[in-house]
Design a protein around this ligand. Structure first.
Ligand code: ACO
Ligand code: ZN
Length: 157
């Protein structure tokens, strides 16, 4: 039987997380970026372990800013990067990781919203976020280095 565990990332996971990021996404980050997230937000940086093998991660941070839904200043969770290795997709792994993340953002950080940016062409990810209750707030023109637009999506927690 398969055994799936969603748990906070540790320093020992970083090499594998970076490898998965490079394999799955065009947006890459220097080592310092990953280490800074581990230092400041280790409980909202999750890995998914399937049968003791890391198959995905979600990285987020907490920011303050203007609510996407109300006229006020709030704390919000920024989902910076999510990926699941291709052969492990469509098993609900990203869904489990993001649900765990949203709970921690709400109850441990008192974040009132979560938001993210996603390429307008990234249908799998947009579908995933919609299924989790995120709605599109606006299009961010030429958000990515290659000129592609992003959708800014957000969800009240
Ligand atoms: N086509 C259509 N809908 C999809 C697809 C797809 N290929 N993949 C997921 N979905 C939707 C479906 O509604 C799915 O539910 P279902 O399987 O019951 O139909 C739902 O999302 C949940 O899917 P999960 O199994 O939880 O998602 P998965 O573990 O496969 O991971 C992810 C989704 C992270 C987008 C994966 O495809 C991936 O790693 N892609 C490459 C990296 C990427 O694009 N990351 C997101 C970039 S944006 C950002 O990081 C903020
Ligand atoms: Zn972002």
């Amino acid at each position: 039987m398969d055994y799936l565990k969603i748990r906070p990332a540790t320093i020992d996971d970083i090499d594998m997380v970076i490898a998965i990021n490079i394999e799955c996404l065009p947006e890459h980050y220097p080592l310092n970026f990953w280490l800074e997230h581990l230092e400041k937000w280790d409980d909202i940086f999750y890995v998914a372990e399937l049968n003791n093998e890391i198959v995905g991660y979600v990285l987020s941070r907490v920011e303050e800013g203007h609510s996407h839904f109300k006229s006020k200043h709030i704390k919000m969770g920024h989902i910076v990067s999510v990926a699941v290795r291709s052969r492990f997709r469509r098993k609900g792994i990203a869904t489990y990781m993001i649900i765990a993340l949203l709970e921690t953002l709400k109850f441990a950080y008192s974040a009132e919203e979560a938001f993210l940016e996603v390429r307008t062409s990234n249908e799998p990810a947009i579908k995933l976020y919609e299924k989790l209750g995120f709605i599109t707030i606006k299009k961010l023109s030429q958000y990515y280095l290659d000129g592609e637009d992003a959708l800014l999506m957000a969800k009240a927690l």
